[in-house]
Design a protein around this ligand. Structure first.
Ligand code: FAD
Length: 304
């Protein structure tokens, strides 16, 4: 009961515009530096280098979402272009993750697509890949439509499917051949569109992972759940799915021992490395997911 209240509070805070705006001025607080790799590209690239040295590959995410002015969206687009250029210049092993609402999806679809094309052109030039993160349900269909449009020109773009959505299995079938990151889902969604029960979400998660792996498509399994990871390893072995057809992904600062163990076992392990001043919504969603994270958040509250 208490857990549910705190979960809802954090999820509500994650989408509160005033709090997100205010937090930009605060700098990383409440222990957010455990899970956010600094405020600048330079600090994030440094962290990526360090992770690469340990055998981990990365995806950088310049934090930001639900942008409502063209100016902000253009700034975010430039920042993403610069991030790709910095990755190439530093020679680090990282691709890029972006959110459509950061690039102006809520302002205009065409404007957002134009911004996305600038990013993908740079990714093409620097031989890199861009993942479109999946946001809340209200942006799901339009994100998939845009992905399909972009795939007509670019082969270096993929997206994310959330297993809590009833539609996930059909979406995975429709996107056969496109590299997908499969996740359980991080937003609060209505029972009209999403499973609410962990058991149902987990079952659907395994179902879509197996489906995408068996189709021969490249699959990223993004989860900190040891049970899911163990089942995926077992399934890949049983079905003779080669290690280079899939990768595991986890968030920066989470289950670092498990990340390194997967590398030692010969699996590709990608760390999602968020950075930037728009850290609040991301951090609140992480607190909502795992109440234990509140402990380090509270420590951070008093240490900074
Ligand atoms: P959970 O269901 O949260 O946990 C299952 C079990 O694993 C727990 O009960 C616990 O036993 C164990 N566990 C989990 N975390 C820990 C921990 N830190 N330490 C110890 N044990 C732990 N969501 C989206 O909606 N859109 C996206 O684009 C998106 N991208 C993502 C990218 C990456 C790389 C990752 C890792 C996640 C992403 N997510 C995204 C978030 C995702 O949807 C889930 O909300 C989040 O990963 C929590 O689910 P889980 O699978 O990790 O396991």
């Amino acid at each position: 009961m208490l857990a549910e209240i705190s979960k809802n509070t954090f999820l509500y805070a994650s989408q509160n515009k005033a709090l997100n705006k205010a937090a930009k001025k605060w700098g990383l607080r409440f222990g957010a530096s455990h899970v956010v790799a600094g405020m600048t590209i330079e600090s994030a690239i440094k962290k990526v280098k360090h992770l690469n040295e340990k055998g981990l590959v990365c995806t950088l995410d310049h934090l930001g979402e639900f942008v409502s002015s063209k100016e902000e969206a253009l700034e975010a687009t430039d920042y993403n272009v610069k991030t790709l250029e910095s990755i190439a210049r530093a020679g680090v092993n990282s691709n890029l993750s972006v959110k459509m609402t950061q690039l102006g999806l809520d302002i205009s679809r065409d404007f957002c697509v134009a911004n996305m094309r600038k990013i993908l052109d740079t990714a093409k030039k620097t031989n890199n890949f861009v993942r479109i993160d999946m946001e809340d349900y209200s942006h799901c269909q339009i994100t998939l439509d845009i992905l399909k449009e972009l795939r007509e020109t670019y082969d270096n773009v993929g997206t994310v499917i959330q297993s809590y959505l009833y539609r996930a299995e059909q979406d995975v079938k429709d996107l056969n051949g496109i590299p997908l990151r499969l996740v359980k889902g991080a937003y609060k969604e209505s029972p009209d569109v999403a499973y609410q029960d962990k058991k149902d979400i987990d079952e659907n998660y395994l179902r879509i992972i197996k489906e995408h792996l068996l189709s021969g498509s490249y699959t990223a399994i993004a989860s900190h759940d040891h049970n899911i990871i163990a089942k995926v390893k077992e399934f890949a072995k049983d079905q003779n799915i080669p290690n280079n057809q899939f990768e595991f992904q986890m968030l920066y600062g989470f289950r670092t021992d498990m990340q390194l163990n997967l590398v030692r076992e010969g699996y590709k392990m990608r760390v999602y490395v968020p950075f930037g001043d728009d850290w609040f919504g991301y951090f609140m969603r992480r607190l909502a997911e795992r109440p234990q994270n509140v402990a380090f958040a509270l420590k951070g509250l008093f240490s900074k």
